[in-house]
Design a binder for this molecule. Structure first.
Ligand code: GLN
Length: 204
């Protein structure tokens, strides 16, 4: 069975765990979810999610607990990572904030809290590459992706990229864990051709 890890130092962890479990069940993939609060767990994980929450807090705890280098190694091994909202900020290569120590595993620059300044949160039907029907995207004090380096834009809203893919890493400025629709988790974690899921390969 696969092991999924949800970075659980802070943020909406349960929701990610639920979405991953649903996406796995739909594909009849046996899977166990582990919460990551200390070092030593990420190396056992086949796939990872890094949730929304507060990016400065998540970043500080990842560094303090020694989890940051483990996530970098996970991505170097081409295992999938879904990073949402604050998770995207932490995964990025430029967050424009001294309090965030970016992991640099997703080649984009972001600006915190910059999306939809008029309305702190909103929901939008999003066309996503690889999904047939629009995805209900929930934005909450979302980061703007203002520079895309060596990464593909998978979805845009209002002329701005809001979902990007850099090899095994998918980042979204919105919160796919906050809707009952697990298609985005499926796409990022089980159907990303640029990522390797060791156990699935073995059984194939
Ligand atoms: N505003 C948060 C931050 O900058 C991110 C928002 C979220 O994850 N909902 O860390």
């Amino acid at each position: 069975s696969l092991t999924a890890g949800v970075v659980a130092v802070q943020g909406d962890v349960e929701e990610h765990a639920d979405a991953i479990e649903r996406a796995a069940r739909e594909r009849e993939i046996p899977l166990t979810v582990r919460e990551i609060r200390t070092s030593g767990i990420v190396p056992d994980c086949d796939l990872l999610a890094m949730p929304g929450g507060e990016s400065t807090t998540i970043s500080r705890l990842l560094r303090r607990e020694g989890i940051a280098p483990e996530i970098r190694a996970h991505v170097e091994a081409e295992k999938p990572l879904l990073a949402t909202c604050a998770g995207l900020i932490v995964a990025s290569s430029g967050a424009g904030d001294d309090r965030v120590d970016e992991l640099g595993v997703l080649d984009v620059s972001v600006e915190r809290n910059a999306f939809g300044r008029q309305r702190d949160s909103f929901e939008a039907p999003l066309s996503v590459d690889g999904l047939e029907e629009p995805y209900p995207a929930v934005f909450i004090r979302a980061p703007v992706i203002d520079e895309v380096g060596d990464a593909d834009v998978v979805a845009s809203w209002d002329g701005r990229p809001v979902a990007v893919r850099d090899g095994p890493v998918v980042g979204t400025s919105f919160h796919p864990e906050l809707t009952p629709d697990s298609r985005l988790h499926g796409l990022a974690l089980f159907e990303n051709d640029d990522a390797t899921i060791p156990t699935l390969e073995r059984s194939a």
